[in-house]
Structure formats: C-alpha cells, structure tokens
Design a protein around this ligand. Sequence first.
Ligand SMILES: C[S@@+](CC[C@H](N)C(=O)[O-])C[C@H]1O[C@@H](n2cnc3c(N)ncnc32)[C@H](O)[C@@H]1O
Length: 299
Amino acid sequence: MDRKREPVRALELFCGIGGFAEAACEKADVVAAVDQSEIALSVYRLNRPSTPVKGFNLETVSPAVLADFNADMWWLSPPCQPYTVRGKCRDLEDSRASSLRRILSILPQVRPFSLGLENVEGFAASEARNLLVSVLKSCGYRIREISLCPTRFGVPNRRPRYYLFASLGELGEMDEAKISEYSMRDFLDGRPSPELALPPGIVERFGRGLPTLDPDDRNAYAACFASSYGKALMHSGSYLVHNGGLRRFSPDEILRFHGFPAAFKWPPKLGLRKRWHLAGNSLSVFVLRRALSILPHFK
Ligand SMILES: C[S@@+](CC[C@H](N)C(=O)[O-])C[C@H]1O[C@@H](n2cnc3c(N)ncnc32)[C@H](O)[C@@H]1O
C-alpha cells in the first residue's frame, strides 16, 4: 500500500455521531464508520451522507472485515464505562471492554499504518491501556500518550480525556494553537428552548448542590457533560442561571463546546434525551483536530 497518498484512508470505529470525522475531515477520507447504535448512525448518516456507515457489533468482528476496509488509520472511541467509578471500574472484566479486546486481537494481523484512541482519564491506569500498549509495542508502533482538556486550548468546558496515538512512521509534535478568546456567551443558544428549564421544585430542593454558571462570568467554564446529562441531575454537567431560575445546556450548546460546526443537524424526530446522550458521549473536535497533528498523515 502507498503510505504517502493523500488523503489518509481512515476507519472510524465506535463512531457515534462522528466526532472523529469532524476533526479529521480536512486531512482524511473516512472509508467507513462503525457503531452498533442505529440511533447514533442515523445522526452520522444525516451529516455525512457520502460516508459508508456500518451497524454491527465489534465484539465479533472478523480480521477479514477490518482488513477489507484497507485503511491507513484506525480511530477508536471505545466505551468508557469500564474505566469509570459509575461503571464500577471493572476494566477488562467488564463485558463492554470485549470489543476493544477483539480489535486488539486482530491488530497484529492487519497492522494499519497509524492508530488513535480516546477515552476517559481512568483508562490511563487501566489493564486495558496496558494491553493496548503491549500489543502496539509488539507490532513495532511508536506510541504517544497524552491527557488533554479543551480548557488548554481556550474553550470554557472541562473534558479531560486520555489520548493515544501510534504509528509505524515518525510521530510529530501537537499543534498547541489556542482556539481564540471565547466567553461562555459565545457557546449559548440565542433563544434557549423553554424545555431546558429545571422545574422550580428541583431548583429549590437541589439547586445549591448543582454546579451552576452565570453566563456573564468571563471566568466561568462548564463541567464535563456526560451521556447521562438530562437524565441524572448530579455529576453529569453544569447548569445555567436563567430567567431567575436554572436551565440545562442544550445539546446544540454541548456540541458547540465540542467544536462541531453550526451546520451539524439532528434528525428532526430525535428527542432531547437522546440528543443529550449522543452529544455527551461524543468528543472534543477542537482538541482532537490539534492532537491528530501528532500522526504523520495529519501534519
Ligand atoms: C464513547 S462513544 C463514542 C462516541 C464518538 N466518538 C462520537 O463522536 O460520537 C462509544 C460508542 O461505541 C459504540 N459501541 C459500544 N460498544 C460497541 C460494540 N460492541 N460494537 C460497536 N459499537 C459499539 C456505542 O454505541 C457508542 O456510540
């Protein structure tokens, strides 16, 4: 395979709504995007109609299926629950880690030129990470591990994440450019939907324990939005002071924090809870676009 051809042929595994595709689209041609969630794929398809999307379970994928994509690069955003307190930190014992195990068992047979992976910070100290690094080393990859948060680039949203980049070629330096000077207001909807308001009874009962932000506080930054935002009240993201009460951030506001383009669309019939779930599960396009410059094809 000619490793120098442009654009890089990338395979997006655990694609969700396509955070990797948004970050990589200027340099990469996504040859296929794989996820087992039909709902996530419906959003992906709507926004990237020319990318082939494949709905299957990666726990049982065969080496031939992955090899046939003939990709120079594999991108992986595997499930993070095995490495979180909420998911009981069961690591490789958790059945949700089986798909990553399966891909790692196939990797030595296919050996894409480069690979990238993103996960929660807990992944850094996991057995899964140790397995990933040992498989990559045994296949001759150069490896870079880095913890990155959008705040490092000037985005007022915390989302610290573990990133790993590996290549059979030389790794480079990360693009450290700040996004620009943003304030909280730049990320907010002009006319927020009334659906976002927290009921007054909830505010009265729990308001003091919730992480709340004043949109005009120039030093404010939002907490990490989890996929449970809109479902769980606590530990899932921040709330805004609004009209004398509190409101949730909208899924579009969360996508804006991630760096998705204004043209990104949701299927009209997809409810608010599902949008929150998918946006909370996605990744920081701002961060990944910069971090990808570590890989040879993305400089
Ligand atoms: C952390 S999310 C990745 C989100 C993605 N990076 C984005 O930008 O939206 C993990 C994704 O993996 C998918 N997934 C989990 N287990 C899977 C499996 N066994 N096979 C295929 N997809 C799986 C989930 O449906 C979810 O979309």
